[in-house]
Each structure stands twice: as C-alpha cells, then as structure tokens.
Write a new protein. Structure first.
Length: 180
C-alpha cells in the first residue's frame, strides 16, 4: 500500500461528508457483505437527522479525513441527551483507499478527546458481531461489550452489540466499586 499523504482533517460539517458516509456504508455493508439495501436507507435517514445539527449545536460533531476532495474516513459524534449517558459514536467508516492505514485510530482519538472535553462520562456505540477490524480497534481504545442481542433493525438478522468506553475518571471510580 502506498502511504497516504498527511490527510486534511475537518471537524464538523464538510461538503459531501454525509453523502460519503452513506455511500461507503452502502459499498461496504450492502455491496461487500451482502446486507439488505434497507441498511443503506436507514443509514441515510438516521445520518440525515443528526447531520441537520452539524455546525449548529455544540453536542453534535463529525471528524473526517480527506485527500484533496477524496473522502478517506469519517465518524459522527452525537452527544445529545438520549438513551444512555455520554456521547454516541456513529457511522465510523473508512473508504477503500484508507482502510488499514491508521485513520480509524486517528478518528477514535479525535472522537474520544471531544467527548472527554465535553465532560461526558462515556462514549458508547452499537455495532454488530463479526466485524473483526473495528472490534479490535474498539478494544484497543478501552471499549467493552455491555450487551448483545439478535436484531433485525437493519433489514437482516444480526447480533447487535452495545459497546461502552468510560472516560478515565469514571473507569477509576468503577474499579473501586464493591463487587456484587
């Protein structure tokens, strides 16, 4: 693999970002893994709802890497109050030209740092079992699986996983909690 020149990093909205995130989710999951096209449609719907707030709210942001106008990788962070405390990591994906070159690592560093600066107690995400590269990356950053269940939300049956990474201050507090 030819090394990617230093990517241009963008925090927040970027022209084409929403389309590229949906596109690469469709290419990778629907085209590459054979998932239902419903998955790509739901990505577009859910990402569209979050993207309306990019650049207008402090609790929603995105991080993306570009080589000129070519999308390399991106992630969205949603810190709006919701079903769990903390910020939710969403739509992490790398295009083919960037896969395996450390951009996922760099995106997670940026996303976790953003969440810590906000004072969130944790970063959490949902994904599906069997995605070895992303699971390895999440573990490397201290995420752990809290729950697994069979889910058909995305058009096919998958084993959905809930992952969480407590921030350092919260991890040290949990380590000192009495064990049941």
């Amino acid at each position: 693999m030819e090394p990617i020149q230093t990517p241009r990093w963008i925090t927040g909205p970027a022209p084409g970002l929403v389309g590229e995130l949906v596109r690469w989710h469709g290419i990778y999951y629907v085209g590459g893994l054979g998932w239902s096209p419903v998955f790509e449609a739901l990505c577009a719907e859910q990402l569209g709802e979050i993207a309306r707030h990019l650049g207008t709210r402090e609790d929603v942001t995105a991080f993306s890497a570009w080589d000129g106008d070519q999308f390399l990788a991106g992630v969205v962070m949603d810190g709006r109050a919701g079903e769990r405390p903390g910020s939710r990591l969403r739509f992490l994906i790398a295009g083919d030209a960037a896969r395996g070159r450390g951009l996922g690592h760099a995106l997670l560093e940026r996303a976790i740092s953003w969440s810590e600066r906000r004072g969130d107690p944790a970063v959490w995400l949902t994904t599906v079992a069997g995605l070895d590269a992303s699971s390895h990356l999440y573990r490397k950053f201290g995420f752990r699986i809290l729950d697994e269940r069979i889910d058909r939300t995305w058009g096919d049956e998958h084993r959905e996983q809930l992952w969480e990474r407590l921030h350092l201050r919260d991890r040290s507090l949990r380590q000192h909690e009495p064990q049941a």
